[in-house]
Design a protein around this ligand. Structure first.
Ligand SMILES: [Zn+2]
Length: 343
C-alpha cells in the first residue's frame, strides 16, 4: 500500500502533473528498458519482452487529478478560482487546500454559520462566489504567491482504515499504482508499454497522443471508478460496489469496450477464482475513449478499482479490490495470446 499512499499524497492537477510524474519515474526506472516523457508530459515506459511474442501491449493510467486554478485576485488578497475537471461546487466550502508547487496552505473560505441568513443557509455557494484564502494581505502579495494559472489541490493525507483506505485522487492514482506494480513484475513474452498520461480530467488529451505514439495491438485502461453503494431512497443498483472486486466496463459514455478482451479478463478471473463486477453501463468515461479510436482503431478494455466519493477531497477504496486488480492484470498478461484478437 506504500506506493498508493505516496501517489495519493502527490499533487498533479491537470496540466501540472510534474510531482506525480517525478515520483512514478523514480518508482519504475529500475524495471524499465526504455523511458521517455513526451511533448505533452506523458510517461511512455517500455518493459521489453523476452522476444517470444511480437505483440505490443499498452497499459494506461492517468496521472492528473481534479482541482482548482487561480483565475483572479481580489484587493483583499483572496484568490478567485475555477474548477479543473468535474467538481461539485457543494463539496468545496471550508476545505483545506494546497496552492501551487510550493504547496502553500490555504482554505476555501466559508462565512461562519452565525452570519448566514436563511436564504444563504438553504442555498449552494457557486464556485465563482468562493475564494481561496492563503493569508495574503493584498492583491499584490496574492499575485506574487499564486499567479494566474496556479493549480490548487485538496490537502488530504492518506489513511489506512483496515479493510479500506482513504485518500485524495484515487482517480486515478490507484490506476497508476496498479501500473507501477505490473511494470515491476516478471518480464513477459511481449513488450509491455506503460503510458502514464496527463490531462484526462479535462478531455482525455494525453492519452490521445500516447496511443498514437505507442500504436499498440491492444490497450488496457486502469482506473479508479465510481462506487455508490450507499443506501438510496429507491432500489437502484450501484455503479460498482467496493469489496466486490475489480470492475470491468462494457460501455460508458464514450467507449464500447472490446468484448474479446473483456472475455479474456473474465476467464482469467475465473481461473484465479477471483470475484469481479461489471460497472453499470452508460456512466463516466476513461482514456479508452481516445485510445480505441486512435490510428486504425486499438482494441481497448478497462479495469477499475471502485472508489467512493471520487472527484472530492477524500475517496475511499477497498484494499483487496486494489490488490486483486494487480493480481488480475498480471495473470491476464501472463496468459495473453495474440489469437484472442482473431475474429
Ligand atoms: Zn479517472
Amino acid at each position: 500500500m506504500k506506493i498508493l499512499k505516496q501517489l495519493s499524497e502527490s499533487i498533479g492537477v491537470s496540466g501540472a502533473e510534474v510531482e506525480v510524474r517525478d515520483l512514478i519515474l523514480k518508482l519504475i526506472k529500475p524495471h524499465i528498458d526504455d523511458i521517455k516523457t513526451d511533448t505533452i508530459g506523458n510517461i511512455i515506459a517500455t518493459r521489453k519482452g523476452t522476444g517470444e511474442s511480437k505483440l505490443k501491449v499498452m497499459l494506461d493510467a492517468h496521472m492528473d487529478e481534479v482541482g482548482l486554478m487561480v483565475i483572479g485576485h481580489d484587493s483583499n488578497g483572496m484568490l478567485r478560482v475555477a474548477a479543473i475537471g468535474g467538481i461539485d461546487d457543494r463539496i468545496l466550502l471550508g476545505k483545506r487546500v494546497l496552492v501551487g508547487p510550493k504547496k502553500l496552505p490555504g482554505v476555501i473560505g466559508a462565512k461562519p454559520i452565525h452570519l448566514l441568513d436563511n436564504d444563504e443557509f438553504e442555498s449552494v455557494v457557486k464556485i465563482d462566489a468562493l475564494r481561496v484564502d492563503i493569508g495574503a494581505e493584498s492583491k499584490k502579495s496574492a499575485e506574487k504567491k499564486a499567479p494566474l494559472g496556479t493549480r490548487i489541490a485538496f490537502d488530504t493525507r492518506y489513511a489506512d482504515l483496515g479493510k479500506m483506505a482513504r485518500g485524495k485522487a484515487f482517480d486515478d492514482r490507484v490506476g497508476c499504482a496498479v501500473l507501477v506494480h505490473v511494470l515491476q513484475s516478471e518480464r513477459l513474452p511481449f513488450d509491455l508499454i506503460g503510458a502514464f498520461t496527463v490531462q484526462e480530467e479535462v478531455g482525455v488529451r494525453g492519452a490521445k497522443i500516447a496511443a498514437y505514439t505507442v500504436n499498440p495491438d491492444l490497450a488496457v485502461v486502469l482506473e479508479g471508478t465510481i462506487a455508490d453503494d450507499l443506501p438510496k431512497e429507491d432500489d437502484v443498483s450501484p455503479v460498482t460496489k467496493p469489496g466486490k472486486g475489480p470492475a470491468l466496463s462494457i460501455m460508458d459514455r464514450s467507449t464500447i469496450y472490446d468484448a474479446r478482451l473483456n472475455r479474456w479478463l473474465t476467464e482469467t478471473a475465473e481461473l484465479l477464482n477471483l470475484s469481479i463486477q461489471i460497472k453499470q453501463p452508460g456512466i463516466g468515461g476513461t482514456d479508452g475513449s481516445a485510445i480505441h479510436l486512435s490510428r486504425e482503431g486499438i482494441p481497448t478494455v478497462a479495469v477499475s478499482v471502485p472508489c467512493r466519493y471520487i472527484h472530492s477531497p477524500a475517496a475511499m477504496l477497498n484494499k483487496r479490490d486494489y490488490q486483486n486488480t494487480i493480481k488480475l492484470v498480471r495473470a491476464a498478461l501472463e496468459r495473453l495470446d495474440g489469437s484472442i484478437l482473431r475474429r
